[in-house]
Unconditional design. Structure first.
Length: 233
């Protein structure tokens, strides 16, 4: 089985409960977990989330960790503020991050250094850097935000649409070459968005909604009406 988990955003307790639910339901060692990205920001325990994900990676080496736009923004901000690193980005490029969850992320680490980026352990930076942009298996495409439809163009310079796209992707009925499982855009009523060509599993965990996982049997064809989910509140 494949279990894809939506945007966590620092909600450690919901992540704990969801993993426990999957284990109680019979999670096997060779089942694959696919995390859809946005591990940090907004919620209160980003540090604990990354720590738990690192442990899961060690226990379950077949787990896939995708990158979210908040994870990328955190790394971009580190590159701007850390004088030992080089980047073409400027403070203006990363300033938005400090209004969209960075304060909660930084506060989840011990205040041991005046430079925020030095409070974050090297193992956590290494984890974020190791995340993937997309993953494909058994007719499914897992990606944080979505894919550019074949008849559209991405016109946002210096950004990867797989981290940022919303309306053009969500509203598209195109064949993407597989069923796209994505997060990034919180779904109405905190419910998964199940369509013929895609499934959205960001159910607003950091806004009071549940943390949601879709369960996929790769030996069976995708059937929209039979999509199965597990969630934790």
């Amino acid at each position: 089985m494949i279990y894809a988990i939506g945007d966590i955003h620092g909600e450690l307790r919901k992540l704990h409960r969801l993993v426990q639910k999957l284990e109680t339901a019979g999670l096997k060692p060779d089942d694959r977990l696919v995390f859809i990205g946005d591990y940090v920001d907004r919620g209160p325990e980003s540090s604990g989330v990354i720590e738990l994900l690192i442990r899961l990676r060690d226990q379950r080496p077949n787990t896939v960790f995708l990158r979210g736009n908040h994870d990328q923004a955190m790394m971009d901000a580190r590159d701007v503020f850390d004088p030992t690193r080089t980047t073409e980005r400027t403070l203006d490029d990363v300033a938005w991050w400090f209004s969209y969850g960075a304060k909660e992320t930084i506060a989840s680490y011990p205040d041991t250094n005046p430079s925020w980026h030095q409070r974050i352990p090297p193992a956590h930076w290494e984890f974020l850097e190791s995340t993937q942009m997309e993953y494909r298996e058994s007719g499914y495409i897992f990606v944080h935000a979505g894919l550019v439809p074949p008849d559209e163009k991405w016109c946002e310079p210096n950004t990867d649409p797989r981290l940022w796209i919303r309306e053009k992707f969500i509203g598209s009925k195109a064949d993407f070459g597989g069923i796209v499982v994505f997060g990034h855009t919180p779904q109405d009523l905190f419910m998964p968005c199940v369509m013929a060509n895609k499934v959205g599993i960001d159910t607003g965990a950091c806004y009071g909604g549940p943390l949601t996982a879709i369960s996929i049997d790769p030996s069976k064809p995708y059937q929209r009406e039979k999509a199965s989910f597990v969630n934790a509140t």
